[in-house]
Design a protein around this ligand. Sequence first.
Ligand code: IPE
Ligand code: IPE
Ligand code: MG
Length: 251
Amino acid sequence: MEHLEAQIDKQRLPRHIAIIMDGNGRWAQEQGQDRLFGHFHGVESVRNIVEGCAELGVEYLTLYAFSTENWDRPEYEVNGLMELLVDTIRRETETLNKNNIKLHVIGDRRMLSEAVNKELDESLEITGQNTGLNLIMALSYSGRWELVNAVRNIAADVEAGRLKAAEVDQATLQQYLWTSEYPDPELMIRTSGEYRISNFLLFQLAYAELYFTNTRWPDFRKKHLYEAILDFQNRERRFGKTSAQITNDPL
Ligand code: IPE
Ligand code: IPE
Ligand code: MG
């Protein structure tokens, strides 16, 4: 593992990594266990990956923890996940703080219970002055809803005369997203062998490098993170240009 970490070029780290933490349920069921058992073990991976990103010097880490669509899961699972969330935040805030990690939350917080919001507010407040890794939790998050919400607010500002319709451009839209303060993710990882975006950061992932692995989230550790980053560093990000333009090759 140290061998893998040593291969990473620290000067070319992705500034922002986004992860769809998928496969908890299957991981548990494959062992004859309840799905919640998988979510419980997924927390261990979160801890490990947050630590890994902080050690490397990654600036932003966005974790997709709960989608708007996940509210439609059986009540038992939703309640279990929410309890786990409250417990985890309560237990981990001190560690986040000690490691200079700043928590952020994106998503429709109105859908979350009072207990969850209270726990989140406390942790946001406690870690608010930290200057290390920015840990962005996507909770009750939907990329489409984020865009609709942004368009609505832009329309309201146009209506109120604060903004001119003709002046709305990509940068304007970006400023109305929940992620306005963060750079776009450069690397998006999805675990558990699913090849889809599932309503995650639809606008922000436009030019992200996508990395898919069969590893289930509860098995995902720093070693897997290093593999993803190394894969990222071996890619050529062209942004619509030709390879020669990128490498300054005279041909
Ligand atoms: C991801 O694991 C965690 C959440 C969506 C909350 P899943 O619960 O989706 O696990 P699978 O995909 O059913 O295995
Ligand atoms: C995406 O996983 C959401 C999170 C990881 C929080 P899902 O398991 O809910 O996505 P689908 O249903 O397979 O697309
Ligand atoms: Mg899933």
